[in-house]
Design a protein around this ligand. Sequence first.
Ligand code: NAP
Length: 350
Amino acid sequence: MEEVKVVLYGVGAVGKLIARFLLEKQGVKIVGALDVAEDKVGKDLGLLLGLNKKLGVVISRNTASLFSKVKADIAIHTTTSYLKDTYPQIASLLKHRVNVISTCEELSYPYFSEPELAEKLDALAKEHGVTVLGTGINPGFLMDTLVITLTAVCQKIEKIEAFRVMNAAARRLPFQKKIGAGLTIEEFKQKIANKQITGHVGLGQSIAMIADALCWKLDEIKAEAVEPVIAKETVESSAIKVEAGKVAGLRQRARGFMEGREVILLDFQAYIGVKEEYDAITIQGVPTIKQKIQPCIHGDIGTVAIVVNSIPKVLNAPAGLLTMKDLLVPSAALGDLRRHVLTSKPLASK
Ligand SMILES: NC(=O)c1ccc[n+]([C@@H]2O[C@H](COP(=O)([O-])OP(=O)(O)OC[C@H]3O[C@@H](n4cnc5c(N)ncnc54)[C@H](OP(=O)(O)O)[C@@H]3O)[C@@H](O)[C@H]2O)c1
């Protein structure tokens, strides 16, 4: 079987990490890359990645010019978080008969916030015989797919709680800025008001996906306002020092209610100075399950892994819009990627 041919749509922080991991893997080849950033378009991907060698993959600005030159089996799409913005990009890939895996948070369960766009993507993907999936570490795995998987051994479920508590000091500087680390409370509120800080996108999507998997008809999904976490003492990362009384990061909660009762609680916390980092899930039911991953899974490493590991799952899947709950049990695609692709299904690039 030929190598799986991949196009990267978006070569920002996450796109570049995915590119590096793909270059290490056997059975897969990066055949193209797209971005809109002026400092990237026209550059060779190898130089952009700081490899000191050209890869012969020049960053293109639009799909039409790229796909007039190359054929691809799948695009890894990592541009922005909201489906209204990413819809035209993803639709264009589908029209070129390219399967898509995207880190766009709203695409992880698009029926929650954008049901009409979800229907349109499903129809487009089916018309062109390809598959589209939104995934990532969260949303995409920790607070939804993993929760759903654990429910498989339950006979009854009363309530589900999932927590992600991350020490932002160990994360990229853009992430620390994204959560407001180092700001005064006033500056934080201002940035929330003008949407420069959006907080984590995806809690509503994760709750809706869990409810869908359990056939729970929720009355309401309530997302609380993003709260600043205030440093009690001076805390610091290698790049930011946060004095006591300033913002160290943020906390966000969202709840799902059924018949007036809270049945799902998701709690996301990311700040500099976290004492204990973990991902934890409690399912109250028969049996009650308590699962804790310590330290919490590194967001970038996990995102790169789940995106790349999903390539064979998506290539093997039927055409249409899928969410993680529709795929086969997630697993690592170790070794040559082609070993994980069903040989009976021809690759789109052939
Ligand atoms: N689900 C998850 O677990 C998960 C995990 C990680 C990241 N994400 C999401 O994945 C996305 C990418 O993350 P990131 O950290 O790599 O962001 P980033 O560093 O901002 O990179 C995004 C890249 O895409 C480019 N871009 C923006 N709009 C574009 C368009 N219309 N066409 C082509 N390229 C475009 C950007 O260019 P400019 O710089 O010029 O805008 C930038 O180069 C974000 O929305 C992030 O929230 C999700």
